[in-house]
Design a protein around this ligand. Structure first.
Ligand SMILES: Nc1nc2c(ncn2[C@@H]2O[C@H](COP(=O)(O)OP(=O)(O)OP(=O)(O)O)[C@@H](O)[C@H]2O)c(=O)[nH]1
Ligand SMILES: [Mg+2]
Length: 416
């Protein structure tokens, strides 16, 4: 196990916040089997261009490295390529930053072709400006190296041009996958089912909610992976949900967020995150037991940056049964438990209240030769009444605004 020293700069935030951010960095490192030995915080008014921290601090870190047998130094913020190179030269151990760590965890977790390509793209975009600095550090013997699949693996044989070519190639591959996905999304759109996306900080309980809802609605589909692990979910999973006697909707489970998510990752996960952007409702999931308000802010910032800031949002806190007290917040929220299932019924009510609040009851007349239309409506809508007359089937059903447009030719009576 590699032994790490974590370094944070109390620059835009105070000492306590920096320390808390380092605690999270420790958890990220642990996900890669890196053991944190010590954490260092420097209070500073500015970032030093040469070493990121002041040169006095660098010397302090250097002596700690030899005393504590440190293999790797991890900085909590993104280092510039120059800072990273200077630090490695001065400290003579591997120096990485939070972005690199997050990218490596994503690389470890990626399962599907799409996720693997997205991570690889992000890693290569991260690596491109750093190639020179990395190269010098990796040709050195005795530097820290851990088992994670990181950009480190292949950096020696890569030069800038190769890297740029790879980036172009991966982008093209992702474009193909995106096209395929667009086709299936179009099919989904044809039925115009409302889309609800679970979003939030990693480990908040998003996948668990998906499973709770599936169970509540008696769907016997394969459960999605829920695990006490950072970034357990990397691929979006969509499931059709339907409460008995209610219309269906699509529920989407997505990748979790974390503070200082590398911008390369956000850019390369564009296609995965596009599901979030096209959702009708977001369920913002927050860990209610290990509650940290910053996590709400982070999620909101990421949503804003991907263009999902204006989508209707429902705040849901999890782990109610182990929370010491209900967090006090400015906004309304629903407190649930995926263990005891407390308030899962409330959540379902709230989801339906949001996605179908513009629905109306309409009376439709469907000619007998268009029976398939009746089947589609029956499958996707709540039908209140069906009457068979001489000139067709009369159906009283609850329609969404979109469906009112699609079925306009059959609607014979505005609201009944
Ligand atoms: N006690 C308790 N644990 C919960 C509850 N909801 C989720 N968990 C646990 O919290 C951990 C994380 O849950 P996930 O559903 O995997 O979290 P996630 O938001 O999908 O995480 P990522 O996929 O990493 O973004 C798991 O160990 C769950 O069993 C809850 O209501 N109570
Ligand atoms: Mg998950």
């Amino acid at each position: 196990m590699d032994q790490a020293l974590l370094v944070g700069l109390a620059y835009t935030q105070n000492y306590e916040d920096t320390m808390r951010s380092l605690d999270e960095l420790e958890a990220l490192a642990e996900a890669l089997d890196i053991k944190t030995i010590e954490k260092v915080v420097q209070n500073a008014k500015l970032i030093t261009p040469k070493y990121y921290v002041g040169s006095g601090k660098v010397q302090e870190i250097k002596s700690m490295i030899s005393v504590m047998d440190i293999d790797i130094v991890i900085f909590d913020d993104t280092l510039s390529p120059v800072q990273q190179r200077n630090l490695e030269e001065e400290l003579d151990v591997q120096v990485i930053d939070r972005s690199f760590l997050i990218l490596s965890i994503f690389a470890l977790r990626a399962q599907t072709k799409e996720a693997m390509l997205e991570v690889e793209l992000a890693q290569k975009m991260y690596l491109l400006p750093r190639l020179i600095g990395m190269r010098s550090s990796l040709s050195r013997q005795g530097g820290g190296s851990y088992n994670a699949k990181g950009p480190g693996e292949t950096k020696l044989e890569l030069d800038r041009r190769r890297l740029s070519e790879d980036i172009t190639f991966i982008k093209r591959e992702l474009e193909k996958i995106k096209l395929e996905k667009m086709v299936s999304r179009k099919q989904r759109m044809k039925n115009r089912l409302p889309v609800v996306a679970l979003v939030g900080y990693t480990n908040a309980g998003k996948s668990s909610i998906m499973n709770s809802l599936a169970e509540y609605m008696h769907h016997d589909s394969e459960p999605v992976l829920e695990k006490d692990m950072l970034f357990a979910t990397l691929d979006t999973k969509a499931k059709r949900m339907q409460k008995e006697n209610y219309p269906p909707f699509i529920l989407i489970d997505t990748v979790g967020f974390v503070a200082k998510l590398p911008h390369e990752l956000i850019r390369s996960f564009e296609s995965t995150l596009s599901d979030v952007v096209s959702a009708d409702l977001l369920i913002h999931v927050v860990d209610g037991a290990y509650f940290k308000e910053e996590q709400i802010t982070t999620t909101k910032e990421v949503l804003q940056s991907i263009g999902a800031g204006d989508i209707e949002r429902l705040l849901v806190l999890t782990k109610k049964e182990i929370a010491p007290y209900p967090p006090v917040l400015d906004e309304d929220y629903l407190f649930i438990s995926n263990r005891t299932k407390e308030n899962i019924d409330e959540l379902v009510k709230m989801i339906y209240g949001h996605i179908y609040k513009q629905n109306r009851i309409e009376l439709l007349k469907i000619p007998f030769d268009q029976g398939h239309i009746y089947s589609i409506i029956k499958e996707n809508n709540t039908i209140l009444e069906t009457r068979y007359e001489d000139d067709g089937t009369y159906v009283k059903a609850i329609l969404t605004p979109d469906q009112r447009i699609i079925y306009a030719p059959y609607i014979i009576n505005k609201s009944a």
